[in-house]
Write a protein that binds this ligand. Structure first.
Ligand code: E4P
Length: 214
């Protein structure tokens, strides 16, 4: 399973990379706005820091706008994946970008049908948002299971990025389902290290070691 970091923060990206846990990065306009400053420079820096795929979001309404911005985003590096929202115009853009050899990540997916349409349009990645669905008292992880089953049924190439991750259990369930990627906020990645019994056990070992050594 691949871990992408869901962030536009360079310090977080460097920390995840130092742990050997950084397979890629996903960004969106909200994450870019959180960092502030010159978003073009931030995007360029992220693409330099990361070896794997970096999703940069194209913003617009028409296919032509998504295509133009997508091609512009590609200038940040060979690892750019153009993120496109799940709309009819968005999927038109996905098809054209694919024909130009550009990888795409269709975002804001909340139903199995949306994922099927995106995969048929030629998306390289589809991103179901599990946390936002859970927030509506729906079952985000069931959506991932349904999408995985559909893609398997037809041996489709699109890879599933489990997005809008809120806690480590989302990542564990995604892994059990065989989802290709989880994109996690830095705080969730950090939480994934922890277990109270690990901390308690370590404290005891350190105390006993100190006693043993006078
Ligand atoms: C994924 O690519 C998105 O950027 C992200 O997971 C959105 O999640 P949110 O619900 O935390 O905004």
């Amino acid at each position: 399973m691949q871990f992408f970091l869901d962030t536009a923060n360079i310090a977080e990206i460097r920390a995840a990379r130092a742990w050997g846990l950084l397979d890629g990065v996903t960004t969106n306009p909200t994450l870019m706005a959180r960092e502030g400053g010159d978003w073009r420079a931030v995007m360029r820096d992220i693409c330099r820091e990361v070896e794997g795929p970096v999703s940069l979001e194209a913003v617009g309404e028409t296919a032509d706008e998504f295509i133009a911005m997508g091609l512009d985003l590609m200038r940040n590096g060979p690892n750019v994946v153009v993120k496109i929202p799940m709309t009819p115009e968005g999927l038109k853009a996905v098809r054209v970008l694919k024909s130009k050899g550009v990888d795409t990540n269709v975002t804001l997916i909340f139903s199995p049908m949306q994922a099927l349409l995106a995969a048929k349009a030629g998306a390289s990645f589809v991103s179901p948002f599990v946390g936002r669905l859970d927030g509506l008292s729906q079952d985000g992880m069931q959506l991932v299971a349904d999408i995985m089953a559909i893609l398997r049924n037809y041996a489709m190439d699109a890879r599933v990025i489990v997005a809008s991750v809120r806690h480590p259990r989302h990542v564990a369930e995604a892994a059990l389902m065989g989802a290709h990627v989880a994109t996690v906020p830095f705080a969730v990645l950090r939480q994934m290290f922890d277990h109270p019994l690990t901390s308690a056990g370590l404290e005891t070992f350190n105390k006993d070691w100190a006693a043993l050594n006078g």
